[in-house]
Every structure is written in C-alpha cells, then in structure tokens.
Design a protein around this ligand. Sequence first.
Ligand code: ARG
Length: 404
Amino acid sequence: MSSLRSELEARIQVWAKTHFPQLGPGPWVRPCADPRHGHFQTHLPMVAAKQTGANPRELATRLAQECPPPPDWSTPEVAGSGFVNFRVNPEAVGKAVEKLRQDPKLGIPHTPQPETIVVDFSSPNIAKAMHVGHIRSTLLGDSLSRLLSRIGHKVIRINHLGDWGTQFGKLLLAYRSAGRPPLDPDRSIQQLEEFYKKGHEEAESDPIKMDAARAELAALQSGEAERLKDWQHFCQRSGEHFHQIYRRLGVTFDLEKGESSYHDELPGIVEELLHLKIATISQGAAVVQNPVISEEPFLIRKSDGAFLYGTTDLAALRSRLRDLHADRIIYVTDGRQQLHFRWLFDTARKWNQKAELEHVWFGTILGPDRKPLKAGMEHPSSLSIFWTRQKSGQKRSFRKNVPT
Ligand code: ARG
C-alpha cells in the first residue's frame, strides 16, 4: 500500500532532516521481511549511528518516541540492534483504500514523460485461422497497452494484418477454378484454408499450375479488378473471424492496417536504401548486410522484384514515425521472429528513423508432437507448455501437459 508507506516515509524524513541533516535523502522505510514483526521497518537508526558513533538502539528508541506514525497505526516497536517496526491497523488500511478509490488515478502516478507508443500486436494473417501464438500476442499486447496508457502514455494499438503474402497466388488459383463461390460466414476460414491447401498441392506438383499461381499473384498485386474483389472478400470474411475472437477477449485496436496498405511505398523505400548505400545489390537481390547480426543478409527485394515481410515492416515503421509521431514502437510476436526484428531495428537505425524500438517475444507454443502449433492444423487434445525458471542461480526446466 504505497500511500501508507509514503506517509510514514515523509514523517521519518522530517525527523531525519531535523536530527541528522548530514544523512542522505533515504528512502528510510521498507516493508518488513517477516509480517509477524510489523508491516514496515526503518533502518535509519543503524545508518545514523554508524555516522555519528551513537548507540543504534538508543537512536531507535528516540525515533520511536519522537516520530509518531500516522493516526490509526499501532505504537512502533524497537527491534533488533537498531530497527523500528511499524504496524498499520485495519482502520488505517480501510481509510487508505477509500482514499485510493476516490482518486481517479487510483494512486498510480502518471509518468513525468508521456510518450506516444505504438503497440503492434495480434497481427494475424488473412485467410488463415488465428492460432494460439496470435492469441498470446493479442493478450500480451493488450495488457501492455493497458498498463502503458494507465500510466499516462499515449498508446496507439495497431493490428498489422498479414494481408499481402505470396499465399494469395495459390489461394486464388484454387478459388477461381472452383468458380469463385461466396464464402459461408460460419466456416469461411476453413474454406479458405482448404482452397489454399488445394492450390498449394496443385502448384507444387505441376509446374504449369505453379506458373498459374504466380500469374494470379501478379494480377492481384497489379490491381486487376476481379482478383482484387476476391481478395477483399477474403479479407472481409477473415476480419469477421478475427473480430469475433477480439470481442470475446474484450480487445480493441486503434488502427487495423494491413501489409497491403504499404504496397505502393515499397519500391521507393528499396531505392532510397540503395541510394543511401544502406542496401546493396547482391545476386540481383537488394539486401542489407551486417555480419554482427548474421552471415545471411536481410532481404528487402528479391531478384524477381518481389518485396518481403521486412520491406513492409520498414514502410510501416517509417509511417508510424512520420504520420503517428511515435516515440516508441513495441512489437509483440513469437520468439522465432527475433532475428527479423534485429534486422529491422538495425536497418531503421542506419536509415535514421529515430524511435525506441522493442521486440517483446514469447516462447513458441508446441503441440503434443513438440512441434510449433500452426494455423490450420487439427485441434490437438492436449498441449505441452514448457518454461524455465531461474532461482538462486539455478535454471530449471518444466513441462506440463494440459488438456485443451
Ligand atoms: N503476421 C505476422 C505473423 O503472423 C506477425 C506480424 C507482427 N508485426 C509486424 N510488424 N511484423 O507472424
């Protein structure tokens, strides 16, 4: 109960300043290690005795007499070789809780330096079911956003939807050869996953179909009307599926901005990075190099001219600084994206995009086969959760099987 503690701290500081002005500013109050001895304790007499050569127990007795605790507290007790223990009565706790309840800030002080913070979380992919990793990101991102806005930051919650991947070529191929059926709102994600699977199998086993899938993707990306309409239909239905889950979880976003919205900016960004010599051409592809991060470079344009996940993230990052004036961006994803974000942050720094960038990640959630759970896989009957705990220098690993 920080207000009770600070009330006591204030009293003790006055006493310390009067009698021992040479001492530092404190703090002089800490919680008692063992609640049987009291709620709070001060070690001030020990410190003062050391400096002045006085007897610490005598100083403790003086402090206990001369520095009474706030009203509704028990009489302080001298303890050990020079501590004073304080105990709060239930009345004082009740009053303190009531005071906090009436405070619109609930006693939590606001930060003296409010920032504009973008929290990029959830960010599932269109035409695929939201998997357990996305749910984790959703809950962690939501909690972080709530905490940060609670202490006075301006938080912008962003859902960076994966709506522009190469999966749309194969998906469109199968969807269109099935005659572009309208998707059933109750099972649209399943239908989309089935179309994708079919398109994938066909394309992987037949080079002609693979070319056809590539042509579908190219047609979509160049804005061909019918493909665009189909894609919008996929986005719409997927969005409904995601929002059903967000509603159940009570999670909201300030901005839902898919990767597709950065499409037009990507060529210019790659050209700019090449011009600034941050990127170079290697085997026909545009890449950023930094051997400290990894031997493999960061790919921002493939040799066939296609742009990548990282290119879109560079565009999104710039827009968050330029248009949203973010001071800080927090990305919440699975731990397997650590390398991606190291590359992104390194490139952003070279590109002079000034913001604090943080990747908050969590462990991969594994199925009973110990492989990462993926979208579209069958619902497992149980999950294994792994975690490690560090205690007195010793690391222990745990595993727990939980029914789903
Ligand atoms: N769509 C990605 C995925 O499912 C997550 C995107 C995270 N945000 C970002 N700006 N890269 O793995």
